[in-house]
Design a protein around this ligand. Structure first.
Ligand code: GDP
Ligand code: IMO
Ligand code: MG
Length: 429
């Protein structure tokens, strides 16, 4: 029996959705444990694409999907996703999608505050996805959040909404000069959401415990990436939750001893959406080429992703923070035809060589990459299904990633399709 946590090792968009979808074949349950619809996870099956923001990426494999207590849920977005999937002929009944009664709701004022704050910050903005993620986690931490269990009791919901809206409107009107929100339309909309979602709401922790006791295999699907973690990332240019593997337990309601492996997803180069330090960023022709060939535009907001060479400093940091047991390298096909390739092995700060990721933002900003150069390849690798199908230079690049990170490579992805994958050693084997 194996229960695997999947995490992004960089700044998100590493291809977690593809790998979770592919691995879900051998899992019984797929659980999201943090983040919200700031995530955009892409699955491509039979040439058809599905981008999921809240529903775990096990949905196309017909597995039980769970949204854990650690996720912040915009119910309107979730219902929109259910409808979109139903349009494709896949009905998701309550038995297929379970939602934690303890998960917090994203409310309209969260979205509005997110927008107003970013507008107010101007040049200094974080570049959030504008989905209300930060303000929702903020209310959770200050004990003013509204959970699914509160939504299901109309009286409790109305009381909590009334109490909190008063304060939010004061802030929106007096600080930002924005229009206040009326409680009536919110109550009405959320009553309809409650009716629609009530059959899915449950004690996810309890259901997971029962499933684990029965020997079921669980995939825990992380969102964002290690360097967007609120504690360990490039603060303040981060998201508002812990994205590291340790949070899979808290955010799903299981114990650490239930986890048997942690698979880190690493894109063969680096990307970042939104503001914040990015030591290996390329603003030259190669950066533009990676963006174009890799179709590096956000799956949630459509913003162009900043691109750069692979950064082994990020990878080593990820290994330590997540306790990685394996790596999945994605988008290797995008590097085809680039000669030579570079990997950043350390940072230079003045006269000093730094091997660990600095916490100080100003120090990060003054770092420059130390690169090593590797030969590229020109062969189309997208049809490769075994390591032996790859050119020697591609294999050398993979081996170097394993060496520099100290983590074995379990999966190599050579295209967006579910089948465009080389399995070196299966995490569920
Ligand atoms: P996630 O947020 O980590 O799930 O990643 P996204 O879905 O936001 O972004 C990854 C993008 O790369 C998606 O468009 C995927 O379809 C695509 N993708 C995933 N793996 C590969 C790969 O090996 N090669 C190529 N060319 N595209 C890939
Ligand atoms: P997936 O799961 C890439 C980034 C935003 C912004 C910062 C804070 O698809 O990998 P937020 O809306 O969370 O308050 O924004 O975090 N960000 C992501 N970047 N992939 C994601 O998710 C992201 N989720 C948030 O661009 O810089
Ligand atoms: Mg994404």
């Amino acid at each position: 029996m194996a229960n695997i946590v999947i995490v992004g090792t960089q700044w998100g968009d590493e291809g977690k959705g593809k790998i979770v979808d592919m691995l879900a074949e051998r899992a019984d349950i797929v659980v999201r444990f943090q983040g919200g619809n700031n995530a955009g996870h892409t699955m491509v099956v039979g040439g058809e694409q599905l981008i999921s923001h809240l529903i775990p990426s096990g949905i196309l494999q017909g597995k039980i999907c769970m949204i854990g207590n650690g996720v912040v849920v915009d119910p309107e977005v979730l219902i929109g996703e259910l409808d979109k999937i139903a349009d494709r002929g896949i009905e998701i009944g309550p038995e297929r999608l379970r939602i934690s009664e303890r998960a917090h709701l994203i409310m309209p004022y969260h979205r509005q505050i997110d927008h107003e704050r970013e507008k107010h910050k101007g040049e200094r903005k974080i570049g959030t996805t504008g989905r209300g993620i930060g303000p929702a986690y903020e209310d959770k931490a200050t004990r003013r959040g509204i959970r699914f269990v509160d939504l299901l009791d109309a009286d409790v919901f109305a009381q909590r909404l009334e109490a909190i809206l008063d304060e939010k409107n004061f802030y929106l009107e007096r600080y930002f000069g924005a229009a206040p929100l009326a409680s009536g339309p919110i109550r009405e909309a959320y009553t309809a959401f409650a009716q629609r979602l009530a059959p899915h709401v449950t004690n996810v922790s309890r259901e997971l415990a029962d499933a684990l006791a029965a020997g079921r295999q669980v995939l825990l699907e992380g969102a964002q990436g290690t360097h967007l973690d609120i504690d360990h990332g490039t603060y303040p240019f981060v998201t508002s939750s812990n994205t590291v593997a340790g949070n899979a337990c808290a955010g799903a309601g299981i114990g650490p001893r239930d986890i048997t492996g942690v698979l880190g997803i690493v894109k063969a180069y680096t990307t970042r959406v939104g503001a914040g330090p990015f030591v290996c960023e390329l603003t030259d022709e190669i950066g533009r080429r990676l963006q174009a060939t890799g179709a590096e535009f956000g799956a949630t907001t459509g913003r162009p992703r900043r691109c750069g060479w692979l950064d082994a400093v990020l990878l080593r940091n990820s290994r330590r923070l997540n306790g990685l047991t394996g790596l999945a390298i994605t988008k290797l096909d995008v590097l085809t035809g680039i000669e030579p390739l570079k990997i950043c092995t350390a940072y230079r700060h003045g006269e000093e060589i730094i091997e660990d990721f600095p916490a100080d933002l100003n120090r990060q900003a003054r770092c420059t990459p130390v690169y090593e150069t590797l030969p590229g390849w020109n062969e189309d690798i997208s049809a490769a299904r075994r390591l032996e199908d790859l050119p020697p230079a591609t294999r050398a690049y993979i081996d170097r990633i394993a060496e520099l990170s100290g983590v074995p490579v379990q999966i190599v992805s050579v295209g967006p399709g579910r089948d465009q994958t080389i399995v070196v050693s299966h995490p569920f084997a």
